[in-house]
Every structure is written in structure tokens, then in C-alpha cells.
Design a protein around this ligand. Structure first.
Ligand code: ATP
Ligand code: MG
Length: 402
């Protein structure tokens, strides 16, 4: 049993000892049956929120009335307790989205749920827990969750009845809070992005990517091919998202409009701030690997953003480009970049530290040291000092000019 499930069992036993029927439920049970680790675990109990508050003083109620849950912090992940106070476990399971998410596990090891739920886990099939049309009217987000689970649960496929159900219901996801949409988009893209995009297409939900892909949006082939070229399955989410946002845009460099577009969408989805801004910046500068850059421009971007940023830019450039001439420019720029990266790597031996600069030039800390330091780092990238002494001599020259 994975750690988070084991810790949840402790909570179950506390609840049961207090006399409340309680089960582990939803994704954690599904993952346990699949032998996967879970990020978090959900517990359902007949205890009311005030019972829960009395039993777990460190927990708190979150969410709007009617959808509130009780959160218990804990090592290795949070546990979420929902209350079916006044209802039944069967009713709690029936309101869950997919058959594979509608199973419960008692602390005795007894599994509760329909035969279809168990069979669908075995067959790795995703289908709605009930009539798709009804379930989608209750909550259109379930349409997007279908594609998200297809992408994150390995080996699972969407049952035809489910994708055709979504297509004919054409659920309006605008009704859903943007952060709920954003969470599913984030998880879907972080899984197998090709499966996610294909599942969105099969469900008639490709428009969910529309705002990200920009105005020149073409067919699916290009983004899918590019995504496959981008990673062997392990490209970070930021690269995948930047790629989807890049492959239908033209080669403008830099592209502040693309950046603003993408930033707006990701902020609307309430993705973490740094992820939004980094992704949007990649979109802005995506043309850099194929652009006619001076070495100086390349070096200053390297100093500002670091190697990992350039690695992402080159990965995007390779994945998107199909034109051999563009490919040759990327190769040439990569060679120039490799030289800069080697110098950046050995700058500790060849560029004096701030303290060393202050000592040599009798400076106290302040902007002058920062400027001098930046100039020397830049000079090292462009020309390459072989010793710190050489850099300090150059620093003395610079100080006369600055
Ligand atoms: P993951 O491991 O990716 O978190 P999960 O199945 O735990 O997957 P959550 O979004 O954390 O997914 O939801 C927890 C459980 O709550 C689900 O397994 C499902 O039973 C239920 N659930 C969540 N969202 C919905 C919804 N929109 N409609 C119905 N049931 C839902
Ligand atoms: Mg979960």
C-alpha cells in the first residue's frame, strides 16, 4: 500500500473508533488497485463537519457550502474528508464522475462499489458513472476530466459511449470556474500530452486549446508531431505548453503579442505564477534558436535566463521546425551557444567574485560592483578569460571607461 493510502487508513480507524462509517474513496482506491502512487487521498464519512472538527482539531473546512470538504494536513500529502452526513455511502459513490473513481475501501480491506466499476478498472476503461448526458448537465467539467484521465492513467482508453456522449452533449465549459478548467488542463498536459490532445479531439473539445494556440490554428497533425518530437515522454509541462502555444504561430521574433496571449490564458486558468510567466516568455522568444542573433544578444539572454531556458528554446525550435534551412540555422546557433555555455560553466575560475572586485578596487557594495560584475561576466562569455587576474586587469580598464 502506498504511503498516503496507509496514512489515510489511520484516519479511517480514528473515525471508526468514534463510531462513524468511513471509507477511502475515489482516485486513491483506483490507484491502489492499479498499483500506482497517489498524490492525495479522499475519505468519505457519515461524520458531520462538527464531528470532524472535534476529532481533528488541526483540520479545517474549505470550499463553498454544499461542496465543502474537511482537510487534514499530514506528511506526504493532504487528506480530504467529505461528509455524507444524513446520506449513504451508496449515494456518495453514485455522484462520482467515472466508474473507476466510484469505488470505496473500508479499513477492513472490503471493497465497495458496483461490479461495473471493478470491471472497468480491470479493463482500463473510462466511462461515466451513469448516463453521460445527465452527468454532463450536472457538471460540464466532467467532459474535460475524461480527457485528463485518459492522459494520466496509463493504458486507459475512453469508452466510445463516453466520447460520443460528450460530443453530442457539447457541454459548455464556460459555465465552469476557470481555475477548475485550468487544473484539468494542467493535469492533462502533464500526463501524456498526445493522448490528451487526441482525447480532446475525440470528445469535440479541441476548442479548449483554442486560445492557447493562437489565431493561425491549423489541424492536429502539426501539434501532435511536434509534441512527439519534443519529448520521449518526459518534457516538463512548461515546454509542452509553450510548444502547443507555438506550433501554429508564425516565426515572429520576439513575439510580445504571443507572450501576452499565452499569459492571459494561463493566468485565467490560475496556473502558478512562475509557470505562467516562464511559459509565456518561452513563447515570446521561441524564434531565438533560428534567429540571426549576435553573440552578444545570445550571451545576455544566457546571463539573464540561464542554460535551462536556452535548452528549452532549442528543444522547442527542434520540435517545431520542419524547414531544413531553419534547422541549419538552429544547428549553427546551437554550436555558438555551446561555446558560451562552456564558458559560463567555468566562470567561477575565471571571473572574480563581488568580494574580490571590492577588495581589488576598494569598492563598497553597491550598484557599481553589480555593473562591473555583469560586464566581466559578459566579457568572459564573449572572449573567455583564462584567469581571474586577466579579468581583474580588464576590470581596471573598464572602470576607466564606465
Ligand atoms: P488524481 O489522482 O489525479 O487526483 P482523482 O480521482 O483523485 O485523481 P480528483 O480531482 O482529486 O481526482 O477528485 C477526487 C475524487 O472526487 C474523484 O476520484 C471522483 O470520485 C470525485 N470527483 C472529483 N471531481 C468530480 C466531478 N467533477 N464530478 C464527480 N465526481 C468528482
Ligand atoms: Mg485526487
Amino acid at each position: 500500500m502506498n504511503r498516503i493510502a496507509a496514512r489515510s487508513m489511520e484516519l479511517l480507524r480514528i473515525l471508526e473508533r468514534a463510531g462513524f462509517e468511513s471509507v477511502l474513496v475515489g482516485g486513491a482506491v483506483r490507484d491502489l488497485l492499479l498499483g500506482r502512487a497517489s498524490e492525495d487521498a479522499d475519505i468519505a464519512t457519515e461524520a458531520s463537519f462538527s464531528d470532524l472538527a472535534a476529532l481533528f482539531p488541526c483540520g479545517k473546512i474549505v470550499g463553498p457550502p454544499g461542496k465543502a470538504v474537511f482537510l487534514v494536513p499530514g506528511e506526504g500529502g493532504r487528506r480530504e474528508i467529505s461528509s455524507f452526513d444524513g446520506g449513504s455511502l451508496e449515494a456518495d459513490l453514485a455522484r462520482r464522475d467515472f466508474t473507476v473513481n466510484a469505488l470505496a475501501l473500508r479499513s477492513t480491506g472490503e471493497l465497495v462499489g458496483t461490479r461495473r466499476s471493478r470491471r472497468d478498472i480491470g479493463l482500463r476503461i473510462l466511462r461515466f458513472n451513469g448516463r453521460s448526458a445527465d452527468r454532463l448537465v450536472e457538471d460540464p467539467l466532467r467532459a474535460l476530466r475524461l480527457a485528463r484521465f485518459a492522459s494520466t492513467l496509463p493504458g486507459f482508453s475512453v469508452h466510445r459511449s463516453a466520447s460520443s456522449g460528450v460530443r453530442s452533449a457539447a457541454p459548455s465549459l464556460e459555465r465552469c470556474a476557470p481555475e477548475r478548467v485550468g487544473r484539468e488542463m494542467r493535469l492533462g498536459l502533464a500526463g501524456d500530452p498526445c493522448v490528451f490532445v487526441r482525447s480532446l479531439a475525440a470528445c469535440g473539445l479541441l476548442h479548449m486549446l483554442r486560445s492557447l494556440r493562437g489565431a493561425n490554428r491549423g489541424g492536429l497533425l502539426r501539434p501532435l508531431l511536434s509534441l512527439r518530437r519534443l519529448d520521449g515522454g518526459d518534457a516538463p509541462l512548461l515546454r509542452r505548453t509553450a510548444l502547443l502555444a507555438s506550433c501554429d504561430r508564425d516565426g515572429a521574433y520576439p513575439d510580445p503579442d504571443g507572450e501576452a496571449d499565452v499569459l492571459r490564458v494561463l493566468n485565467e486558468w490560475r496556473w502558478p505564477g512562475a509557470l505562467c510567466s516562464e511559459t509565456a516568455l518561452l513563447v515570446r522568444l521561441r524564434g531565438a534558436p533560428a534567429a540571426r542573433l549576435t553573440l552578444q544578444e545570445m550571451a545576455s539572454l544566457l546571463l539573464e535566463r540561464g542554460c535551462a531556458f536556452w535548452d528549452s528554446l532549442f528543444a522547442l525550435g527542434d520540435a517545431v521546425s520542419s524547414d531544413p534551412a531553419v534547422g541549419r540555422r538552429i544547428t549553427a546557433n546551437r554550436e555558438r551557444f555551446a561555446m558560451l555555455a562552456v564558458r559560463l560553466e567555468n566562470e567561477k575560475e575565471c571571473v572574480p567574485s563581488g568580494d574580490e572586485l571590492m577588495e581589488r578596487f576598494s569598492l563598497s557594495s553597491g550598484p557599481e560592483v553589480g555593473i562591473l560584475m555583469y560586464e566581466l561576466r559578459m566579457e568572459h562569455l564573449l572572449r573567455g578569460f583564462s584567469t581571474k587576474e586577466e579579468a581583474l586587469e580588464h576590470g581596471a580598464e573598464l572602470r576607466k571607461r564606465l
